[in-house]
Design a protein around this ligand. Structure first.
Ligand SMILES: C[S@@+](CC[C@H](N)C(=O)[O-])C[C@H]1O[C@@H](n2cnc3c(N)ncnc32)[C@H](O)[C@@H]1O
Length: 210
């Protein structure tokens, strides 16, 4: 039944375009932990949310092979820019080739390094930030980016259900601990409104109110 439903979701969503289809396939063929790629349904949601916001500036933490960056960049204003930060310096050439094939390379600034080292030096004010780096570091990313988001701007954080482990009272899973800490921290903020969408591994949509 679950498979049938998933097929139904795919059948009733705009089909994946050939560039993203190939990127997804090559990610599975060529890289370890390919399941980190967000894939079609989540990617299409990111694309449509970005198109709704129509941002001038987007920041992504965790490029991996560039799937989500392409989706988010498709919602940018004509002169908009997406900065995407990736720790692993072996990915940049592969990713860039897909940004070119997707026709959005001139809108994307790829930065290699540790997000925590790079964000403090960024001078942009962002309309949208996508958090998808190391799950143990989500709270750190949030505390660094929140001052760089304009009031009325958004954060989308991926994997906030961490395979359902967020409901465990005790866990030794450090990623789960990081996500639980992040989710609890968001509850204590007074300048955001937020919701968890149960899409794939959980997407938290956060709007900065002031
Ligand atoms: C889940 S993957 C990103 C998937 C991608 N956003 C997508 O949907 O296709 C997480 C990526 O974050 C990177 N990463 C982990 N910690 C990081 C950090 N502190 N700064 C920048 N990138 C980081 C990892 O190397 C990995 O490629």
């Amino acid at each position: 039944m679950e498979r049938e439903l998933e097929k139904y979701l795919f059948d009733h969503s705009t089909p994946e375009d050939p560039v993203l289809k190939d990127l997804y396939r090559q990610t599975y063929i060529r890289f370890i932990n390919p399941n980190m790629v967000c894939g079609h349904l989540q990617g299409k949601l990111l694309e449509l949310v970005s198109k709704m916001i129509n941002p001038s500036t987007v920041l992504e933490i965790g490029t991996f092979t560039g799937y989500s960056a392409i989706c988010l960049a498709r919602g940018l204003k004509a002169d908009g820019r997406l900065l995407t930060i990736e720790l692993n310096d072996e990915l940049a050439d592969f990713t860039k080739s897909y940004f070119q094939r997707a026709g959005i390379a001139e809108k994307i600034i790829q930065i290699t390094g540790r997000a925590q080292d790079i964000i403090p030096g960024l001078t942009e004010v962002f309309d949208l930030v996508y958090i998808d780096g190391d799950k143990r570091e989500y709270s750190e990313y949030y505390n660094l980016v929140i001052e760089k988001i304009k009031p009325g701007g958004y954060i989308i954080a991926d994997n906030v259900l961490w395979d359902g482990k967020v409901v465990l009272k005790r866990t030794r899973d450090h990623q789960a601990k990081g996500i639980i800490e992040f989710n609890e921290m968001i509850k204590k903020q007074d300048n955001v409104e937020y919701i968890i969408l149960p899409v794939r591994d959980g997407l938290m949509l956060i709007r900065k109110t002031f």
